[in-house]
Design a protein around this ligand. Structure first.
Ligand code: ADP
Ligand code: MG
Length: 369
C-alpha cells in the first residue's frame, strides 16, 4: 500500500527525527515494512541508524531517473523491516524548480513494496517541505510539551491547508503527537490539555514521554527499541505504531469490492438556492468546503460537513469544478469521490448520481477504520 507520512513541523527540536526513527523501528517490530527518507542535510535520521549523509560527488545524478537512484541506494538498517534512504547530497530533489516534481514521481514509483514511507522533514518552512507535503498521503505533526510548543503551530496548519487547497487535496492529518511529555511539569500538562481541547480527535491518544534512553539510543546507532525495548520511550513508540496501524486498518480494505457492495442511501431533494449563477458555484462551494474544514480545526465540532445537498441540480462540469476529478465513474451516471480530509481518520465515499447530466441525489458511505 505504501502510505507516505511526512513528519513535519516548522519548529526545530520538537521530536521529528526521533519520531521518524523510533516509529519506523516500532512499525518494523510489528512486521510492517518501512522506508525512511531522510531529507535533512544534517542527516540526523541516517546517523541515528549508524549511517551518515551519502555523498558520491556525482553531479550527473541530477539527470538520472531519481527513482532508480533511490532504489539503488536504499540501505537495510539493523532494525527489522526498516530501510533507509539517507540524505543524499548529490540528489537535489527540491531546490531547482525544474526538478520539483521529481521527488513526487520518484516516491510514487518506489513506494509499493513498503507499508509505510516516513519522511523526516527539515525544520523551518521551506519550499522543500511544501513539496514533501504535496507528495505525502498524510502529515504527522509532533508538538513538544514545552512552553513554546504552540508557537508557529497555527502558521504551520495554514500551510497544510494551503497545500490541501492548491497542491494535494488528499493530504490528511495523521495526527498531532505530543512529545517529550513530563507529567511532573505543570506546563507539560497544560500543553496536553490545550492541544487536546483544541485539536480533539486529531491528537493521538499516545503521549511520547520524555525519556533519557531516547536521547542515548542514537549515539549507539540504534532506535530506542533496539537499545532498550523495555524502557518507557520504546513502549511509547510501540503504542504509537499500534495506534496508527489501528487507524489505518481500512487501508488494507479492498476498495474495488467495497464500491460494488450495497451502500446506505440518503436522498436529498433540497435545491441549491444560495448562489444563482452556476458558473460561480464551483468556487463558492469549494471555499465553503474548505471553510468548513477550517472550522473543524478551530471549533469544537469535527463533523461539520453535511452540506452535499448543495450539489443537487448542479451540472457535471460544475461538480467537477467543485470536487475535482472523481475517483471512479460508474457508467457515467454515478461518480464516486473519496472524502477523506473531513475527518482524516476515516475514509469516506460520496456517490454523486446524475440524471440528464444533473445531480439528482447523492449517497454516502462513511466507514471508520
Ligand atoms: P527535530 O527533528 O524536530 O529537530 P529531534 O528529534 O532531533 O527534533 O529532537 C530534539 C532533541 O530532543 C534530541 O536531542 C532528542 O534526542 C531529544 N528528544 C526527542 N524526543 C525525546 C524524548 N521523548 N525524550 C527525551 N529526549 C527527546
Ligand atoms: Mg530533525
Amino acid at each position: 500500500m505504501g502510505k507516505i507520512i511526512s513528519i513535519c513541523n516548522q519548529k526545530g527540536g520538537v521530536g521529528k527525527t526521533t519520531t521518524c526513527v523510533n516509529l519506523s523501528a516500532a512499525f518494523g517490530v510489528l512486521e510492517k515494512k518501512v522506508l525512511i527518507i531522510d531529507t535533512d542535510p544534517q542527516a540526523n535520521a541516517s546517523i541515528s541508524f549508524g549511517f551518515g549523509a551519502d555523498q558520491l560527488n556525482n553531479p550527473a545524478l541530477q539527470y538520472m531517473d531519481f527513482s532508480s537512484v533511490i532504489k539503488n541506494n536504499i540501505i537495510k538498517t539493523k532494525a527489522p523491516n526498516v530501510y533507509l534512504f539517507p540524505f543524499f547530497e548529490d540528489l537535489n530533489f527540491f531546490e531547482k524548480p525544474s526538478v520539483v516534481s521529481k521527488f513526487q514521481n520518484a516516491l510514487h514509483k518506489i513506494k509499493h513494496p513498503y507499508d509505510y514511507i516516513l519522511i523526516d522533514c527539515v525544520p523551518f518552512f521551506k519550499a522543500k517541505n511544501l513539496e514533501i507535503l504535496a507528495t505525502s498521503d498524510a502529515v504527522l505533526i509532533p508538538v513538544q510539551c514545552d512552553y513554546y510548543a504552540l508557537e508557529g503551530l497555527h502558521k504551520f496548519l495554514n500551510t497544510v491547508r494551503f497545500v490541501q487547497k492548491k497542491m494535494n487535496r488528499d493530504l490528511q492529518i495523521e495526527g498531532f503527537l505530543l512529545t517529550m511529555y513530563d507529567k511532573r511539569l505543570n506546563f507539560s500538562n497544560k500543553v496536553v490539555d490545550y492541544v487536546r481541547s483544541h485539536f480533539k480527535t486529531l491528537v493521538f491518544n499516545t503521549l511520547i514521554e520524555r525519556n533519557s534512553k531516547i536521547t542515548q539510543a542514537p549515539s549507539f546507532g540504534q532506535s530506542v527499541i533496539e537499545f532498550d525495548a523495555t524502557c518507557i520511550g520504546a513502549q511509547c513508540y510501540l503504542q504509537l505504531a499500534s495506534e496508527i496501524l489501528e487507524k489505518n486498518k481500512d487501508l488494507e480494505f479492498d476498495e474495488e469490492n467495497f464500491l460494488n457492495t450495497e451502500i446506505e442511501t440518503t436522498f436529498n431533494t433540497k435545491k441549491f438556492s444560495r448562489v444563482t449563477s452556476e458558473e460561480n458555484q464551483g468556487d463558492v462551494l469549494y471555499d465553503k468546503i474548505l471553510d468548513g474544514f477550517k472550522d473543524s480545526y478551530e471549533s469544537t465540532s469535527f463533523s461539520f460537513f453535511n452540506n452535499f445537498d448543495d450539489l443537487i441540480d448542479l451540472r457535471k462540469k460544475t461538480v467537477e469544478n467543485i470536487m475535482g476529478p472523481c475517483y471512479k465513474d460508474h457508467s457515467g451516471n454515478t461518480w464516486v469521490y473519496k472524502i477523506n480530509k473531513l475527518n482524516p481518520f476515516k475514509k469516506k465515499y460520496l456517490h454523486v448520481h446524475f440524471d440528464n447530466k444533473k445531480v439528482t441525489h447523492y449517497t454516502k458511505k462513511w466507514f471508520s477504520s
